[in-house]
Design a protein around this ligand. Structure first.
Ligand code: SF4
Ligand code: SF4
Length: 165
């Protein structure tokens, strides 16, 4: 920890798609996380709600509404997707047989080497997200993908097609 009491990220400019919430991916939230921390800040966010979870990204250059001069004001209660970073979930699919989450470590976080956790811990967090969103009784597959391969692209395509069934 440094002089910032509640966030090890220090004076990161956050121009890397993390707390700036920039980019198409956004922050994936359970409905509970959204209701607790983000619903009251809707004017600063682009909100995309699926049946089970909510994705928020920044609107009009705003950063995350919880980012202040000391870092994240809800650091110790931040959403699962924030705890997962510098890993990122890039594929969350549900069909009637299973839920599949794929995550990677290709974010541009400048402190990635210091902050990154073992992939097993990240996998547990992604599973926690899936269970919070889809329920604990569903079969859940969580996969860490170091790089995209032809096989993984084909798998994602098949998931998309199966999700429509
Ligand atoms: S909740 Fe905190 S850690 Fe998450 S994006 Fe906002 S400021 Fe960053
Ligand atoms: S997680 Fe990385 S990108 Fe995000 S605020 Fe911390 S150092 Fe910056």
């Amino acid at each position: 920890m440094n002089e910032f009491s509640n966030n090890p990220c220090g004076n990161c400019t956050t121009n890397y798609g993390c707390c700036s919430l920039k980019g198409a991916c956004g922050l994936m939230l359970t409905k509970e996380e959204y209701g607790k921390h983000f619903k009251g800040h809707a004017e600063k966010l682009v909100i995309r709600a699926s049946r089970n979870f909510v994705i928020v990204s920044s609107r009009d250059g705003h950063f995350c509404p919880h980012l202040d001069a000391n870092g994240c004001e809800i650091y110790h209660d931040r959403p699962i997707d924030c705890r997962l970073f510098p890993y990122m979930m890039n594929h969350v699919f549900e069909n009637k047989w299973q839920v599949r989450i794929v995550f990677h470590d290709k974010s541009d976080c400048p402190k990635k080497n210091q902050l990154i956790q073992p992939s097993g811990e990240a996998k547990a967090l992604a599973r926690e997200f899936a269970q919070a969103v889809f329920g604990k009784d569903r079969p859940i597959t969580v996969t860490f993908e170091r790089r995209k391969t032809l096989v993984s692209r084909a798998r994602n395509l098949v998931d998309k097609m199966l999700a429509r069934l």
